[in-house]
Ligand binder design. Structure first.
Ligand SMILES: Cc1cc2nc3c(=O)[nH]c(=O)nc-3n(C[C@H](O)[C@H](O)[C@H](O)COP(=O)(O)OP(=O)(O)OC[C@H]3O[C@@H](n4cnc5c(N)ncnc54)[C@H](O)[C@@H]3O)c2cc1C
Length: 532
């Protein structure tokens, strides 16, 4: 007979928050709901509500846990020694990816062409990223491959687009990309993979790629050196594309990322020979948008988890959410998240409206900034859960491990910042279009007006400086904050806009999260971030 007294109060589970799930991640995201309507995606409300409900369900959470626990395994050969190059994936991975495809996160705007399609798709992307970050990689690459094919090879687009945009996991197709080599990632012109013409617009590719995510993709856009210079090719997965090993990564561990060797595989030209970078940049601009969306999701996710925990956890006789020091942290996390949401959705609208100059410039600026904000935000949100936040069950370690990634791929921090500088120097319409958008908030807050004046002065001084690149990050940061503040001043409730301008532009804050000044209405901000 047991000697353990099960009624012993010391064995009771006390003071632990209830699970966050089920939660409709769209219903509780007031800023996202407003932005979806405002930016022209109002017709996507029902789609977003469905994605928010399923992404916030306990079932989805469990699938994500399983996909993260049962990691992909590369099988290069069958038992007889034949090359097979297959990746074994947990059924939960397929469940999660299928969920994204069926919701058309990979192809909605291309398939329907409806106005606001990119905005609706952006909301769906953010909501489904909550389900699992890893699966969003092939979703994003597939979305981004379509415009590159349309522009660079209409006949290949006609062949592949119907399958790449199909909302059917079994009969659709997925696209990946292979640019990065051992000796050159950012510097793709250093690529040494070779492409020999074999006639009829076809080439034979030989070489190696150091990063190639989601090897099960059906097609890949690949950079290689042709006789006319670096060129872009569409390669169908098959014999001659050999996967060597999977990377052992910090985050997105559910996602297989491989090293691959091309041994005489066929590639078909996308764009002109020697114009590979412009051809693939069309794809990269769209995956950069998704980096912005993915990082925004991380900020939102951390904010929600932190507020939920603080609302249910007591310490020193009061709920954490009622303790001023914690309230400051939560409000600070929340304004960062809302600023990211409104700017990401505004940038997404430029993909609908054909605002080429603003789109290209704003994507680079906001990709840099929001992705840079993610890791520190995740760390702070994790700490709000105390020791629980350090434990896998809470989901916070996953958020934390994934947080740096969006800043690395599709143009790492410096590369993104230098890209903005390059655009300022060489694309005369980008910066004016961006500043014109920021000016729409002028007059709404003194601190924004002063910030915009400082930005203009800094721009004037930048190119007179000996080393403009030395100041690139600071320049881009200032631009990003101007856009975020402008959008909040115009569209967010006063407590949010005021706290943002005071802390991010007016200097009324310290250097870590949770250092907002005393006049901020933190309670209103937290209530808006997670109505409860
Ligand atoms: C999980 C994961 C998945 C990936 N999947 C893919 C994929 O599917 N396909 C693919 O092609 N690639 C993929 N990549 C590769 C990724 O795009 C590259 O790692 C990235 O572009 C950086 O290139 P690199 O690793 O060669 O770093 P480098 O180019 O060597 O850069 C190193 C550092 O130097 C900085 N830097 C570079 N140039 C300059 C400069 N001129 N001035 C100042 N600083 C500079 C960079 O910002 C960076 O901080 C993936 C990477 C990761 C982590």
């Amino acid at each position: 007979m047991s000697t353990v007294d099960v009624s012993d109060p010391a064995r009771e589970v006390l003071n632990q928050p209830p699970p966050l799930q089920p939660i409709n991640l769209f219903e509780v995201d007031v800023a996202l709901r407003e932005a979806l309507e405002r930016e022209g995606g109002g017709w996507g409300m029902d789609r977003a509500r469905d994605a928010g409900a399923v992404a916030g369900s306990p079932e989805t959470l469990e699938h994500s846990r399983r996909a993260e626990r049962n990691l992909p395994v590369l099988r290069t050969h069958d038992r007889f020694g034949n090359r097979i190059d297959e990746v074994e994936l947990d059924p939960s991975w397929h469940w999660l990816l299928k969920g994204a495809i069926e919701r058309e996160v990979h192809g909605l705007p291309w398939r329907t062409g409806d106005p606001g399609g990119h905005v609706v798709r952006a909301a769906l992307f953010m909501l489904w990223s909550n389900a699992n970050d890893g699966v969003m990689c092939p979703v994003s690459m597939t979305y981004a491959a379509v415009p590159a094919l349309r522009d660079g090879a209409p006949e290949l687009a006609a062949e592949w687009e119907p399958r790449l945009t199909l909302p059917d996991y079994d009969s659709g197709a997925l696209a990946g990309m292979a640019m990065t080599e051992r000796q050159g990632g950012s510097d793709v012109r250093a690529n040494i993979t070779r492409a020999e013409p074999v006639g009829d617009g076809r080439y034979e590719l030989n070489g190696h790629k150091w990063f190639c995510s989601y090897p099960p993709c059906d097609v890949f856009l690949v950079l290689a050196q042709a006789p006319g210079g670096l060129s872009c090719f569409l390669v169908e997965r098959g014999p001659g594309m050999e996967f060597q090993r999977l990377k052992d990564k910090l985050g997105t561990r559910s996602l297989p990322s491989s090293e691959v060797e091309f041994r005489g595989i066929e590639g078909r030209l996308v764009g002109e020979e020697g114009r590979g970078v412009p051809a693939i940049i069309r794809m990269v601009n769209h995956t950069r948008l998704d980096c912005l969306l993915g990082a925004t999701t991380g900020l939102r996710r951390g904010t929600v988890e932190a507020i939920h925990h603080a609302r249910h956890r007591r310490a020193f006789g009061a709920l954490l959410v009622d303790q001023p020091a914690m309230l400051n942290v939560l409000a600070d996390l929340a304004i960062e998240s809302e600023a990211a949401t409104v700017s990401a959705m505004r940038v997404a609208r430029s993909y609908d409206d054909g605002e080429g100059a603003f789109r290209r410039f704003a994507t680079a600026v906001m990709k840099y900034w929001v992705c840079k904000r993610a890791p520190a935000h995740a760390a702070e949100a994790l700490e709000c859960l105390g020791g629980n936040g350090f434990v896998e069950d809470s989901g916070m370690p996953l958020l934390y491990r994934d947080a740096p990634l969006n800043s690395i791929w599709e143009g790492s921090g410096n590369v993104a910042a230098l890209d903005v500088l390059r655009a300022m120097a060489r694309e005369p319409e980008g910066l004016p279009a961006f500043l014109a958008e920021c000016e729409l908030g002028a007059g709404g807050d003194r601190r924004l007006d002063e910030h915009l004046s400082r930005v203009r002065e800094r721009i004037d001084q930048l190119f007179a400086a000996d080393e403009p690149q030395f100041q690139a990050r600071r320049m881009v940061e200032d631009l990003a904050l101007a856009l975020q503040a402008s959008l909040l001043v115009r569209d967010a409730p006063e407590p949010v806009a005021d706290a943002f301008c005071a802390s991010r532009l007016g200097g009324d804050c310290g250097r870590v999260y949770g250092t907002l000044g005393p006049k901020v209405d933190a309670r209103a901000i937290v209530e808006r971030a997670l109505p409860g």
